[in-house]
Write a protein that binds this ligand. Sequence first.
Ligand code: NAP
Length: 260
Amino acid sequence: MSSKSKVLITGASTGIGATYAKRFAERGHDLVLVARSVEKLEANAVELRQQTGVTVDLLPADLTTEAGLLAVEARLRDDASIGILVNNAGSNVGGSFVTQSIDDLTKLVTLNATSVMRLSHAVAPRFAEKGEGSIVNISSVLAFAPEWQTSVYTATKSFVLLLSQALQAELGPKGVYVQAVLPAATRTEIWNFVDEDKRPPLMEVSELVDAALVGYDRREPITIPHLHREAFWEVLEAARLTFLDDTSHITAANRYLKAT
Ligand SMILES: NC(=O)c1ccc[n+]([C@@H]2O[C@H](COP(=O)([O-])OP(=O)(O)OC[C@H]3O[C@@H](n4cnc5c(N)ncnc54)[C@H](OP(=O)(O)O)[C@@H]3O)[C@@H](O)[C@H]2O)c1
């Protein structure tokens, strides 16, 4: 039992989520690990308990199902020792928009977007009431890459980014920290559906998570570990705000006025 807040991590069986679990355990946080694969969660938990001595609870759940979402929501609402939520579970579907099945795409949206909204919504009132707590949402740089032809995946990651920014505006003043992490290509099983010789250069997962945690410790709103020139992000944000500022007119732009 640790005096530090407990961390609930979704998608903690492999990849980025499993690495977050390891790092938070090394920092002395007790954990609640969520994913479908009980065997992988159990193996991770055994190792983490042995190596760090923290308490690790397993909460196996399929976050594309109502039952799975309800179970994790209930834990987030009822377990007051959980002070950090890492919305990491995510997936992709091979093929293009016209070849992907609507069933697969609907599940993808439920996992990558709806689960982030629902789990954040389950925990946010408690965090806001207490005036502390952290929500870490794993988005992607693909949130800015609609032309890369991963249509629905891209749209879900854009949702996660904008939801995170909206929650920063709403919950930040109440003492709740919300971080959006935008990885680019990182070596995890998510790439398994792409032939090895067709994969881009990949960052190692420990490098990604360690950098994301530097951003977390600095209370950065947006953390983009692969981005070397931070100024590019600042220019993008400044352009977004300037763009928004210019949408407050009550007359249509000249280019849309009918020629007389
Ligand atoms: N790796 C990259 O290049 C990259 C880049 C940008 C963003 N991301 C994002 O990073 C996050 C983690 O991905 P990763 O790269 O670490 O992929 P990964 O190695 O494939 O891990 C995905 C995790 O999500 C869990 N998961 C998948 N479907 C689930 C479901 N229906 N219900 C509950 N859990 C489920 C998996 O566990 P089970 O299979 O046991 O359920 C696994 O723990 C995702 O949100 C992904 O979109 C990754």
